[in-house]
Ligand binder design. Sequence first.
Ligand code: HEM
Length: 537
Amino acid sequence: EAFWKLPFTERGKAGEPLNLGDTLHVTNIEQIFGDYPSYDGAPLAAGDLAESGLTDGTMYLGLQRYQDKFGDVYKMCFGPKSFMVVSDPQVLKHILCDSVFNYDKGLLGEVLEDVMGKGLIPADFETWKVRRRAIVPGFHKAWLNYQLGQFGEAGRLLTKSLHKSAAAGTAVDMEERFGSVALDIIGKAVFNYEFGSTEKESPVVKAAIQSLREVEHRAQTPFQYWKLPLMDDVLVERQREFKVNMELLNGALNDCVQQALSQRTEADLEELHDLERRDYSKMDNPSLLRFLVDMKGEETSGKQLRDDMITMLIAGHETTASALTWALFELAQQPELLEEVQSEIDGVMEGKECPDMEDIKAMPLLRLCFAESLRMYPEPPLLIRRAMEEDTLPGGATGQETKILRGMDFFLSIYNMQRDEKYWPNANTYDPKRWLNPYKNPDIPGWKGYDPTKWGGQLYPNEIASDYAFIPFGCGPRKCVGDNFAMLEGTVTLGMVLRDFTFEFTAPTAEPAQVGTSTGATIHTKNGMWMKLKPRR
Ligand code: HEM
């Protein structure tokens, strides 16, 4: 509003583009703004579209190149839109924790609406408050312990399929394999659905994967063409396909919801008083969905439950799969480190099919291998927010405050921050042991540094120990609800695969560099991660 009230010639002072035509090429930003200082005080990124990475699916890398030139809080324009890009831990803490209710999901909410409805990720604050309170208790200790056994079972099927390929001498795309196992795990855990994708193909699996691709496509398309009349299914082939896939997936989800609703019993409600004593191995439907249905309190509609389920399916599938892919990608290039982790695993898991909680506790290096993958390859690399009211961002590392107008859109670059040498020496080196040593940077007085004694009784490093420089699960009230689930799942799966095999990159991606990266919601490879596996035992 403030911007549109300014006389035309003054608008540059507000730090906004003068008109659409001038800004279609980001190259001309300096000409457009002339010598006017911008309203917000943030440096303006000037570059071109190719450099920004928008055109080849590597926007997170483009934003990192700009960070080198413009710092940890800067503004950039894509056509008529401008975004503030932030990667300073103190500023991120302000947005995600201290002033969390001033920053909603903005663009992301609009893009995800068709798929996730009012699920937790895109939900407005009203809905979010109610659903978050319902969902978080579902991830209690007894349930997570039970899930640990399920991760082991899924890992067993995965290693079985990998042994078959190894015996036949066939190359395997490990990215695809990790995607399948993560899909099977999340489907069973969240809504008691057997995707069975580790062992076979099915139309529902295809529909689930293609719907995720569409979400990624939409998240990267600034103009919401699918909302225009006729665009949804008449003119655009991919939208037609998307509709068919969503119908198939919704059908499966709705069946699960109806099944859980029909299984609701009074006895279950009684048990909820003492959650930790619930014996999930004796339940025919030990899923999170069943828990949500059994909850006392207001009735939850079938539509809301479906939205909750699909949100968790999407949130918990490719994120874990990508973190596993990149952990293996890095370990396969460091034979000595790989051997060291394998000998840790051998020592603990000797004679056991899969690890239990005590085993996980006894394998610190394995746990750190997964955490370090999430530092170098955060999934998603960028979070999206929009300011609901005017605000002033704290100075952070530079001490330079930034004024924010209502409606400003943000990319919060977790990737930039977690690869920043200021916080992580040799940031581009995969070094799981870095987490064992404290680190402080005297050049950044406001940042307390990383302290390995501050994990707070958790099994993995976190935002508190790193003073918000490591936030792969976000932080504050909207932090990931599946963080412990995902860490345990990643550790079990990685442990079982590393225990059984050695790895060699092979055609068509024989060199690690050929694996390439591309992003949607997560960082994935360009060409798959093809490997030949040799059994160790
Ligand atoms: C939110 C990362 C696994 C469910 C988030 C956020 C991040 C994240 C960064 C915050 C998004 C934001 O603030 O905009 C990850 C990573 C995972 C993972 C890296 C795996 C390695 C999971 C799993 C589940 C899950 C397994 C469910 C079982 C959710 C949900 C939210 C969320 C429901 C929204 C929370 C809210 O807004 O209150 N996740 N996630 N995630 N995640 Fe995860």
